[in-house]
Ligand binder design. Structure first.
Ligand code: 5AD
Ligand code: SF4
Length: 449
């Protein structure tokens, strides 16, 4: 079975640890599939692996610094280290600097080059330098194996990179320019995922709603066209997409939320700040008003939609009044879920040069706490509104208690309940209680018909 015979001294087992966003999770799964194909065995912890891949995130300073402490922790009691590969965005950003700073690193591979992983592993096994951070014009996707057995909920990267150049963000540098995968390739992968057991597909992209391609008839299609095509895949029950930019929310995509039953009522639409002055300094190229107008149109199309967002506090130049405006947009939107971060200066980005107006860390801390308290309040309120309702749940995994399973509601809430229905089933559930991060449900009483 094994094709690793061409590499007899190489690693026999591997462990992939992915940090950061869902696109990294997807890349981690694809790297695992490549190594499976090479005959390596997956193990579930770094201690047991001959090859450890750290699939890294560069978005904030803490995430990037973490890599070096993680590398240090891979050293074993006898002083040995496994073969170590640093993949992902830190690999892209720091390249050859990584093995200079951490000599135990054997392989450095960027997010656009990981289809070359088997070759890099073979090189490293021969003691050669193994670094690949190229961003080739030809897509890596065509060189990856067919999708294998799937959990009920699968990721599918359809778009990578970003041309928006928000002034705080490293993504345009680490992931490159916006590229959409072709229509046929995406549909083939979606069909393969559904055949392999996926009931839900989340389309991924740094700017997923900027996705565009020609369909088989040569017509230009946007994400809404793709969603309509996915709607026709038998066995696929749920469609989601993330992350979107407000300026790429076309009317067609908004309408799809009202037209496609499989498209789940959830939209992650980052705004970052509620102050027009800060949005301008961030180069977001939308205003508070235009963002709120998009939200309003989405809610018209799908009144029960859950809105989620990302926020940055303490961006250079942010005054107390700017921050108050962020609280205001939160109150106006009432997010069902949100992610909020303290601004982190990233080398090479324009905002990192705005040192003269940096916000003091203790002020940023205090703002983050106030923002998170408000977001939490809304998240709990949203969850509590679902108590007493009957909804559909996609069962994803076993719970901690025997007989318990955990599933996802249409609004991306985790719900636990007791049932013997199998993982992958979509069942009715009555929500009986709700906390900030999870809900409890029961099976509906079987009413006599
Ligand atoms: N500092 C803090 N947060 C950031 N994000 C992106 N870059 C930075 C940064 N330099 C946040 C944004 C983005 C999310 C993925 O991470 O909110 O939407
Ligand atoms: Fe970064 Fe802005 Fe692009 Fe999002 S839209 S990836 S925040 S540059």
């Amino acid at each position: 079975m094994s094709r690793s015979t061409n590499n007899p001294t190489g690693p026999k087992s591997y462990f992939v640890k992915s940090f950061g966003c869902q696109m990294n999770v997807y890349d981690g799964e694809r790297m695992a599939e490549l190594l499976d194909d090479e005959g390596l065995a997956a193990v579930d912890n770094a201690e047991a692996a001959d090859l450890v891949i750290l699939n890294t995130c560069h978005i904030r300073e803490k995430a990037a610094e973490k890599v070096y402490s993680d590398i240090g922790r891979l050293r074993r009691d006898d002083g040995s280290t496994p073969m170590i590969a640093v993949a992902g965005c830190v690999a892209q950003a720091e390249g050859a600097e990584i093995p200079r700073r951490a000599r135990e690193v054997d392989i450095v591979v960027g997010p656009q080059a990981y289809h070359n992983l088997p070759e890099l592993v073979a090189k490293a096994a021969r003691g050669e330098d193994a670094l690949d951070t190229d961003m080739p014009a030809a897509s890596k996707f065509g060189k990856l194996p067919q999708r294998a057995k799937q959990a009920p909920s699968a990721f599918l990267t359809v778009q990578e990179g970003c041309d928006k150049f928000c002034t705080y963000c490293v993504v345009p540098y680490t992931r490159g320019a916006e590229v959409s995968r072709p229509w046929g390739a995406v549909l083939d992968e979606a069909n393969a995922l559904a055949d392999a057991g996926a009931k839900e597909i989340t389309l991924l992209g740094q700017n997923v709603n900027a996705w565009q391609a020609e369909d088989e008839k040569g017509r230009e299609q946007g994400l809404d066209g793709l969603i309509h095509a996915l709607d026709r895949i038998e066995g696929l029950e749920r469609i989601r997409y993330t992350t979107s930019h407000p300026n790429d929310m076309t009317q067609g995509l908004i309408d799809a939320h009202g037209e496609v039953g499989k498209l789940m009522p959830y939209l992650h639409l980052p705004v970052q700040s509620g102050s027009d002055a800060i949005l301008k300094a961030m180069n977001r190229s939308h205003s508070v008003e235009s963002y709120l107008a998009v939200i309003e149109r989405v809610r018209e199309a799908r009144p029960d939609i859950a809105i989620s967002g990302d926020f940055i506090v303490g961006f250079p130049g942010e005054s107390e009044a700017d921050f108050e405006a962020t609280l205001e947009i939160v109150r106006a939107t009432r997010y069902a879920q949100a992610f909020s971060f303290k601004y982190s200066a990233r080398p090479g980005t324009p905002a990192a040069d705005m040192e003269d107006v940096f916000v003091a860390p203790e002020i940023a801390d205090e703002r983050l706490q106030r923002l998170q308290a408000l977001l939490n309040e809304h998240q709990i309120a949203f969850n509590q509104e679902t108590v007493g309702k009957r909804t559909r749940l996609l069962l994803e995994r076993d719970g901690r208690k025997p007989g318990q399973r955990i599933g996802k509601s249409p609004w991306l809430q985790s719900v636990h309940l007791e049932t013997d229905a199998p993982i992958g089933a979509i069942i009715d559930v009555d929500i009986v209680s709700a906390g900030p991060n999870s809900l409890a449900g029961t099976l509906p009483e079987r009413a006599a018909a």
